[in-house]
Design a protein around this ligand. Structure first.
Ligand code: ATP
Length: 439
C-alpha cells in the first residue's frame, strides 16, 4: 500500500485532501492523472451499465434532498454504525471492526457500550439554523434515483424491465476512515436501480451479476482477486432478499469492493407511503398496477480506482535497473501515448515531434507531450503513470523525410510499456497501433 500511496502522490494521481493545512481525515483529492483515470473508469461503467443497453436511462440528481427522503428510506432512523469510545485514551472505534469490542486496541483501556452513531452529515439549508432547516448530504446516490422514478416513467415512458443509472458523490461520516481511498467520508458511487416485475427478479439479478464480472475483467482486475460473498440472511439489510458482495483482495485484506442487492419493492413502497404520491407502474396491456421490484448493482468509484491501482502495480528489472510501472489496460490508462523528441535542443526534432503529437492528439484523446529530462527518465515517468506507448522522434525520422507522403514513410520508435521493447515503424502504423489498443 505504501508504494501505491507514494506513487499516487508522486505522479499526480491522488493527494491527501486539504494537504497544506494538515489534511482532513476521510478526504482525498484526485490530481491530473487521477482525474483522467477516474473518468475513464466511470466512462467504462457508463458504456457497460447504461449506454450499450436500450433499457437504461441516466439521471444526475441533487446531493441535497428533502430530509423526508431519508426518513422514508430508513436512513434517519437506521443508517448507523456501532460506536464505542475508550474511557482511558478517549479514542473512538467502530465496534464491529474490533477483535475484542470491550478492549481498546490502542491502549488496552475499557471501551464503552456500543451506541448507534448515525453516519449522515447534517447541514442547514437557508439562513435559519434550526431543526426545521436540517438537510443531509446524501449517504448514497440511490435516493436521487428512487425519487425520480416517477419523473422518468412520466417523461420517457419506459417499459419494464428498465433501469436508471447515476454517478455522483455520497457522504458518510465514517467513524474511522482508513486504508487510503477505501473508506472515505466523501466518496463517489456508480449505482443502478433496475426495476422489474416481481417474477423477473432472479433473471435480472443474474444478468447484472454477469455484467459486474465483465466490468471487473474490462478494468483488468485479476479474476482470482475478485470474490463473490453471498451475504447470509441474518446479515442482510431487512429489505433485501438476496445480496452478493463483490470482494477484492486489497493489500490490507479481502474487503467489499461492490454490492449487488435484490431490494424487493422496499424503496418505492416506502417513498410512496412517505410522499403520498403513487409510484405504481401501470401495465399497458393488462392495466394491472403494482410497485416494481428493484435490483441494485452499487459500485464505489474510489474502491474501484484503488483495486485498479493495486492490480496494475508491477516492479521488474529493465536495463539493469529496478522500475515500477502500472500495467493499466490502455482503455483506462490516463495517458494513452507520450510523444517526445529524442533531444529537446534540436529544433528540427522538436518541430517534427510537435507535428506527430498534434496529429495523434486529433485522433486519440489523452496524449501527452514530454521533453523533460533524458529519454530514459521520460520512459520511467510514463511507466509509473501507466502510459501504454511512447513515440519517440529521433534522427532516423528526419533522415528519411519524404515530402510527398511523410506519414506513410517516416518512421518513429514505438515503445511498449510492459516489455520496454522498442520498434521502428511508420508514423501511420504507430498511430493505428495506439488507436487499436484503446478501441
Ligand atoms: P462497508 O460495509 O465497507 O462500510 P457498505 O456495505 O456500507 O460498505 P454500501 O452501502 O453497500 O457499502 O455502498 C455501496 C458501495 O459504495 C460499496 O460497495 C463501496 O464500493 C462504496 N462505499 C461505501 N462506503 C464507502 C466509503 N466509506 N468509502 C468509499 N467507498 C464506499
Amino acid at each position: 500500500m505504501e508504494k501505491i500511496v507514494s506513487l499516487g502522490k508522486r505522479r499526480g494521481f491522488i493527494f491527501p485532501g486539504s494537504e497544506i493545512y494538515g489534511g482532513l481525515a476521510g478526504t482525498f483529492d484526485y490530481g491530473p492523472m487521477g482525474v483522467l483515470l477516474k473518468e475513464n473508469i466511470q466512462q467504462l461503467w457508463l458504456a457497460l451499465f447504461r449506454d450499450s443497453r436500450d433499457d437504461m436511462y441516466g439521471v444526475d440528481a441533487a446531493i441535497l434532498m428533502n430530509p423526508k427522503v431519508w426518513e422514508s428510506s430508513g436512513h434517519v432512523a437506521g443508517f448507523s454504525d456501532p460506536l464505542v469510545g475508550c474511557e482511558k485514551c478517549k479514542r473512538r472505534f467502530r465496534a464491529d471492526h474490533l477483535d475484542d469490542p470491550r478492549r481498546c486496541p490502542t491502549c488496552g483501556g475499557t471501551l464503552s457500550e456500543p451506541r448507534a452513531f448515525n453516519m449522515m452529515f447534517k447541514t442547514h439549508a437557508g439562513a435559519m439554523e434550526d431543526e426545521s432547516a436540517i438537510v443531509y448530504l446524501r449517504p448514497e446516490t440511490a435516493g436521487g434515483i428512487f425519487v425520480n422514478y416517477k419523473n422518468v416513467v412520466d417523461s420517457i415512458h419506459p417499459k419494464l424491465p428498465f433501469g436508471i443509472a447515476q454517478i455522483g458523490k455520497a457522504f458518510r461520516n465514517e467513524i474511522a476512515p482508513r486504508d487510503f481511498i477505501f473508506r472515505l467520508r466523501e466518496l463517489s458511487q456508480m449505482e443502478v436501480e433496475y426495476f422489474v416485475r416481481p417474477p423477473e427478479w432472479e433473471a435480472a439479478f443474474d444478468a447484472w451479476r454477469a455484467t459486474m464480472h465483465a466490468y471487473a475483467d474490462a478494468l483488468g482486475l485479476p479474476r482470482d482477486a475478485v470474490h463473490e460473498f453471498e451475504v447470509p440472511a441474518e446479515d442482510r439489510a431487512h429489505y433485501s432478499k438476496r445480496t452478493i458482495d463483490f470482494e477484492f483482495d486489497y493489500p490490507f485484506g479481502r474487503k467489499e469492493l461492490w454490492g449487488l442487492a435484490y431490494r424487493t419493492d422496499f424503496d418505492l413502497s416506502a417513498h410512496q407511503r412517505g410522499s403520498g404520491v403513487s409510484l405504481e407502474y401501470l401495465e399497458d396491456e393488462t392495466k394491472e398496477k403494482f410497485i416494481p421490484h428493484v435490483i441494485e448493482p452499487s459500485l464505489g468509484v474510489d474502491r474501484t480506482v484503488l483495486a485498479v491501482l493495486v492490480s496494475a502495480y508491477r516492479e521488474d528489472e529493465l536495463g539493469g535497473e529496478t522500475r515500477a510501472y502500472l500495467a493499466l489496460s490502455p482503455r483506462i490508462a490516463p495517458v494513452k501515448a507520450m510523444v517526445s523528441p529524442l533531444l529537446k535542443n534540436k529544433p528540427e526534432l522538436v518541430a517534427k515531434a510537435r507535428a506527430v503529437y498534434a496529429a495523434l492528439k486529433r485522433e486519440v484523446p489523452q496524449v501527452a507531450w514530454d521533453d523533460n529530462g533524458n529519454i530514459g527518465k521520460r520512459y520511467r515517468r510514463q511507466d509509473e503513470i501507466g502510459t501504454p506507448f511512447c513515440l519517440t522522434i529521433d534522427f532516423d525520422t528526419l533522415g528519411q523525410e519524404n515530402q510527398t507522403a511523410p506519414w506513410l514513410t517516416d518512421t518513429v520508435t514505438l515503445r511498449d510499456r510492459d516489455s520496454g521493447a522498442q520498434e521502428r515503424l511508420p508514423i501511420t502504423d504507430a498511430v493505428a497501433r495506439v488507436k487499436e489498443a484503446i478501441r
